[in-house]
Design a protein around this ligand. Sequence first.
Ligand SMILES: Nc1ncnc2c1ncn2[C@@H]1O[C@H](COP(=O)(O)OP(=O)(O)OP(=O)(O)O)[C@@H](O)[C@H]1O
Ligand SMILES: CC(C)(CO)[C@@H](O)C(=O)NCCC(=O)O
Length: 463
Amino acid sequence: MRLHRCEGCLAACGRQRRPAPLITLPRTLGAKSKILKRTKRSTCPSMSKSNCVNMAEPSPPTPPDNDAPPMPWFGMDIGGTLTKLVYFEPRETNRRELDKETEVLKNIRRYLTRNSAYGKTGRRDVHLQMDNVTIRGRRGTLHFIRFPTSEVGAFLQLARSKGMADLVNTIYATGGGAYKFEEDFIKEVNMRLSKMDELDALIAGVLFVDGMNAQECYYWAPPDELPVHSHQTSAPPYSEVALSMYVRKPFDFSNPYPFLLVNVGSGVSVLVVNAPNDYYRVSGTSLGGGTFLGLCCLLTGCSSFEEAIALAAAGDNTTVDKLVRDIYGGDYARFGLPGDLVASSFGQMCSADRRAKVSRCDLARATLVTITNNIGSIARLCASNEHIERVVFCGNFLRVNPLSMKLLSYAMSYWSRGALKALFLEHEGYFGAVGCLLHLDVKHQRRSRHSPPADSQADRSGT
Ligand SMILES: Nc1ncnc2c1ncn2[C@@H]1O[C@H](COP(=O)(O)OP(=O)(O)OP(=O)(O)O)[C@@H](O)[C@H]1O
Ligand SMILES: CC(C)(CO)[C@@H](O)C(=O)NCCC(=O)O
C-alpha cells in the first residue's frame, strides 16, 4: 500500500491511500457512468471498506482480450500551459503480446515507470498513481505525467528517440494543443492525433476516476464542521490563522447530479453537469491559473508555479488590497460586509509609499487571493442561478495550492450561508487525459466491432 503524500499540503495528512478497486470499463460512456455509479454504491464489493483492504488478495486472472487496441495505451491533454499524459501499464502481458512485444515497447514501459522525471521539465506524479485499474478487461496501473506545453517539441524528440513513433501511429489527444500541434506530430514523428473534445473528456475522466477511487472527492472544513458564517472567532474567518485550522475530509460523490464543474486551468470553464451525457458550459473567465502565474512572474520575478505558491503562502494580502475597514473604518454592517473583507483588490497599490514597502510575498498572496475570489464569485453566481448545491473545482491551478482550496471553501460556504459546498478532486488536472484514454477504448470498439455509435457527447466530438 502506498502512503499518500499530500504534496504542498499545509497539514501533513498522512492518510493511507487505498489501491483503486477493480472496475471494468463498460461499453459506452453513457452506460459507463451508470455502471460506475451502481458499482460504487452496491454491486462492486471491492468498494466497501473491508473489501478495499482485501485488494491485496490475489485477483482473478485478466481475461484475454484479443480485440483490444495494441499497447501502449496513452491519453493526452495538451492544454494552454501544461500537457498531461496518462499511461496505462498492463500488469500482465497476454500471449499474443508476448509473441509480439518488441524491445521498443519494453523500453518505453521501463523508461516511463522507472523514472519520475523526464528531461528537464517532465514529471510523473507518483503520488497519484492508480494501481489495479481494469480497462477493457486488462488490469494494470495508471501513471500520471505532465510537462509544460511549451516543451511539446522536446517531447516529440524524446518520442522519436525512444522509438515510440515506430510503435504508435495514433495518439488520442484533447485540449487546444491537439488542434494546434496536429501538424507537428505528423511532421516530427508521423503520429496522427485522434482528437476528443476537452470538456467531454474532462467529464468522462472525472466520473471514471471518481468511480475507481473512493477517496477521490474531498472537501475542506473547520474541524467542528460548523457553518463558517456562524463562527465567532477573534481572527477573521478567512485569515491565515482560521484557514490553517481547516481539515481535509472525504466526500461521498456517488450520487453527484446535478453538479457544477469549475475547471481552473490556464483559463476557467464552468459546466453544469446534469448527467454523464447531459452538460453545458454555462460560463468561463480568462482570469484563471495562467493569470495568477503570469501576474506573479511580472510582479515578483518568480519563475515557476511552485515558487509563486510558496511566496503566496508566506505573504499577507492586506498590505496590498484595500479592505472594507480601510474605507469604512470598520464593518459596512447594513449590507453584511465585514471590515476584513477585501473591498478592492490591489487597492492600496496606488500609493507610492505603500508600493515602496510591499514585499514579493504580499504581492503573490494578493494575486492568489484576487484570482481565487473572482473564480469563487463566478462559481457561486452560476451555482445559485442554476440551483445547484455542489460545486466541484478541478484543474492544475489547485495543484500544491491548499490555500486557494480553503479560500474557495470558505467563500462558497460563507456567501451562501452554508447552502453551497465546494468539493475538490485528488487527480486535479488529469481528468481530460484520462477521458481520452477511455475514448481510445470506445473508438477502438466501434471500429473493431462495428457497433452502432454510442449516444454520448464524447462520440459526437470532433474526432
Ligand atoms: N508545474 C506547473 N507549471 C505551470 N503551471 C502550473 C504548474 N502546476 C500548476 N500550474 C497551474 O496550473 C495551470 C494550468 O492548469 P491545467 O493544466 O489544468 O490547464 P491547461 O490545460 O494548461 O489550460 P487550459 O485548460 O486553459 O487550456 C497553470 O496556469 C498554473 O496556474
Ligand atoms: C479556452 C479554454 C476552454 C481552453 O481550455 C479555457 O482556457 C477557458 O475556458 N478559458 C476562459 C474563456 C472564457 O472567458 O470563457
